[in-house]
Design a protein around this ligand. Structure first.
Ligand code: IMP
Length: 195
């Protein structure tokens, strides 16, 4: 029988991304698959803390091996804000356009445009905790460019490129992104245990 692993998310894109790397070696389950309808609270003030809250919730309530993730944008000139508040920077309705507008307005006239996206994955395997991290450095431009992706993609240009994530498109983005790097580390670790 194949080993089962829960990804504490209902985001279908994230499930597909990890499933495709794990191939058919491990059966990946979403929250829906295990009939968990709870919106697990993200009340920690670090990515590590929030990722762990999700994994612990599943491990404690379902006794299943699992992992959770948390990501966000850290802007150097803003003391790494919006950070864990990235989704709700401009308000609880989690409006991406409003979030981007807020960043652009807070950064108006700011010379230091350095920023990074960061993802932390927390895995609980047979009671043991592991963390995997991915970051991508870049800068915040002064006006949105590009149509693809989500969140802050139209205002973030990764280092070594002159296009925003939203202009580069998902094919390029998914090879270099913070999430791709963290997922890659997680999958390499899991696959190494399967050998
Ligand atoms: P999550 O933890 O992956 O759901 O990300 C939380 C928030 O961070 C999102 O709602 C976005 O505002 C922002 N974010 C995370 N990853 C990305 C990305 O790849 N592009 C743009 N925004 C992102």
């Amino acid at each position: 029988m194949k080993n089962k692993l829960v990804f504490a998310t209902n985001n279908i894109h994230k499930i597909e991304e990890v499933s495709s790397i794990l191939n058919d070696k491990i059966e990946l389950l979403s929250l829906k698959d295990i009939h968990c309808n709870v919106d697990i609270p993200e009340t920690a003030n670090t990515f590590e803390g929030n990722a762990l809250l999700k994994a612990e919730y599943i491990y404690d309530n379902y006794q299943l091996n699992c992992f959770g993730d948390d990501s966000g944008l850290e802007i150097e000139a803003l003391n790494n804000e919006p950070g864990v508040y990235s989704a709700r920077y401009a308000g609880e309705d989690k409006n991406s356009l409003a979030n981007m507008q807020k960043v652009l307005s807070v950064m108006e006239g700011e010379k230091n445009r350095k920023a990074q996206f960061r993802t932390v994955i927390s895995l609980i395997l047979n009671g043991k905790k592991y963390f995997f991290e991915g970051t991508i450095k870049g800068e915040i431009i002064t006006k949105e460019r590009g149509e693809s992706g989500f969140g802050y993609d139209p205002i973030f240009v990764p280092e070594g490129y002159n296009k925003t994530f939203a202009e580069l498109g998902n094919e390029v983005k998914n090879k270099i992104s913070h999430r791709a790097q963290a997922v890659d580390k997680l999958c390499k670790f899991i696959l190494s245990l399967e050998k």
